[in-house]
Design a binder for this molecule. Structure first.
Ligand SMILES: Cc1cc2nc3c(=O)[nH]c(=O)nc-3n(C[C@H](O)[C@H](O)[C@H](O)COP(=O)(O)OP(=O)(O)OC[C@H]3O[C@@H](n4cnc5c(N)ncnc54)[C@H](O)[C@@H]3O)c2cc1C
Length: 251
């Protein structure tokens, strides 16, 4: 069992900010960061933006937040499964126990998936650096990527991927791309940029179901039509990851 004065569950941008904030007040207390992800905290917004549009945007300089500067200990690829508030310990999926004086839950959110389609090498609920790396491989291979959801993440990914030489089909229930985000004139101009760059638009349509098969994914839309793609990116928003807190009796 390892004990930390400050233990953070979750390794996102909040974990980074917390470690830096702690160090402003306590230069010596031990900080542990337990994260499911294999990467140290990084600037998540870059995954759908500059990493696709700026070849000089390097992971080490611009994306990695270098939280190690705080002296925090990272336990990566480590999911916390339970909190014992009496004993002041957490348990991880691999059966380890870690004690704490102060505990911060920074578990963020989990992406909503598509019914019937589990995340896989071809089904990316786009949230993590692992998803970015996989999508980059697919885009570099000139794959046909179906993007479901025309919100920020969906439109950013569609733009990024099509600019890198892959084929993109964007499916969204709105009649105009960006219709929920922008006034109509602006949304029309926004949409035209996608058309000009060759993005296939399937608007006014919802995905009813998806099926992964060898070599690809088939999406069935609510008019019965289908989209055949090498991979699908699901951009349908997130749900707060509150189960761990709820299981520990926290409201
Ligand atoms: C592609 C993309 C682009 C974005 N662009 C923008 C933008 O332009 N502007 C903006 O304001 N926001 C943007 N966001 C949202 C922003 O990145 C998030 O709001 C922010 O990263 C949330 O940080 P967080 O640390 O609270 O949570 P998260 O980033 O969700 O991090 C939570 C971490 O906790 C881990 N975790 C969860 N449960 C456990 C557990 N039980 N045990 C261990 N680890 C656990 C997760 O694996 C994850 O590493 C974007 C998000 C994405 C995915």
């Amino acid at each position: 069992m390892t004990d930390f004065r400050y233990l953070v569950v979750g390794g996102g941008m909040v974990a980074d900010a917390a470690a830096r904030g702690i160090r402003e007040l306590d230069t010596e207390g031990s900080i542990g960061i337990l994260s499911e992800e294999p990467d140290r905290p990084y600037a998540r917004p870059a995954l759908s933006k500059k990493l696709w549009t700026d070849p000089d945007f390097s992971w080490d300089e611009k994306v990695d937040l270098h939280t190690e500067e705080t002296g925090a200990t990272f336990l990566l690829g480590t999911a916390v499964t339970a909190i014992d508030r009496q004993a002041k310990t957490v348990t991880t999926a691999d059966g380890q126990t870690h004690g704490y004086e102060r505990l911060l839950l920074a578990t963020g959110g989990r992406p909503r998936g598509l019914p019937g389609l589990e995340p896989s090498e071809r089904v990316l609920d786009y949230r993590s650096a692992t998803d970015y790396r996989r999508l980059r491989e697919l885009a570099d291979a000139g794959a046909h990527v179906a993007v479901v959801g025309g919100g920020y993440i969906g439109t950013e990914i569609a733009s990024g991927v099509v600019q890198n030489g892959a084929r993109v089909t964007l499916v969204d229930p709105d009649e105009i791309v960006g219709g929920r985000m922008f006034p109509e004139d602006l949304a029309k101009a926004f949409q035209q940029r996608f058309v000009d760059h060759g993005v296939q638009l399937r608007l006014g349509r919802r995905v009813e179901r998806g099926t992964e098969h060898e070599g690809g994914v088939t999406l069935t839309l609510d008019d019965g039509s289908t989209v055949e793609a090498d991979a699908v990116v699901v951009g349908l928003g997130i749900e707060p990851a509150t189960q761990l807190a709820a299981d520990a009796g926290l409201t």
